[in-house]
Design a protein around this ligand. Structure first.
Ligand SMILES: [Fe+2]
Ligand SMILES: [Fe+2]
Length: 190
């Protein structure tokens, strides 16, 4: 038996396929970022697409992540594979978070937003800390009969991260950076 399920994917493998070729306004895991979530900052938008890729990877681990109450109906080998996939995905996600949140927090300082609106930046950083802590809680709850419940929790967290955190905090930060007189404004794409 192979050491990975056939449908196993990592964030890194999926990300390049998610770069949008057409404009889309519908939010759909695996699709391009909807216009409402495009910050206009190239590297941050690329990383947010990786987040969508993580969501797809998480959904691909279990045959029915919404339907199964727990993992007791699956054979032990399958449970082990699913748990390994989730562990791998959480590892990817934790290293993604380290870089991504650090980059955004550096942008807050370099763009001087932290001097102009400290409360806004602190709320943004607190939300980063809350997301990291929730992922660490999922890691601490790993157990092979419980993988499907953790997948549901992770899916909810990633959905809220994309729909609320990116749409609110990241968009406000990037609007500040991309304003006309900002020293950090990224050049327009060709
Ligand atoms: Fe953020
Ligand atoms: Fe972000």
């Amino acid at each position: 038996m192979s050491s990975q399920p056939n449908n196993a994917v990592t964030c890194q493998q999926l990300a390049p396929a998610l770069v949008p070729s057409v404009e889309s306004t519908d939010w759909m895991p695996g699709g391009p970022l909807p216009a409402a979530l495009e910050t206009g900052h190239k590297s941050i938008d690329f990383e947010h697409r990786q987040l969508l890729a993580c969501m797809i990877a998480a959904r691909s681990i279990c045959d029915d992540f919404r339907g199964y109450r727990n993992c007791s109906g699956c054979i032990e080998a399958r449970r082990a594979l699913c748990e390994n996939e989730l562990v791998r995905l959480l590892g990817d996600l934790l290293s993604f978070i380290l870089d991504h949140f650090k980059t955004e927090e550096e942008i807050m300082r370099d763009s001087l937003l932290i001097m102009v609106d400290r409360d806004l930046c602190e709320a943004h950083m607190e939300d980063h800390a809350a997301i990291s802590s929730k992922i660490q809680q999922i890691v601490a709850s790993l157990e092979s009969h419980n993988t499907v419940n953790l997948l549901r929790e992770l899916d909810g967290l990633l959905g809220r991260w994309i729909n609320h955190h990116v749409a609110l905090h990241d968009m406000m930060l990037m609007r500040w950076v991309e304003r006309d007189d900002s020293a950090l404004k990224t050049p327009l794409s060709p």
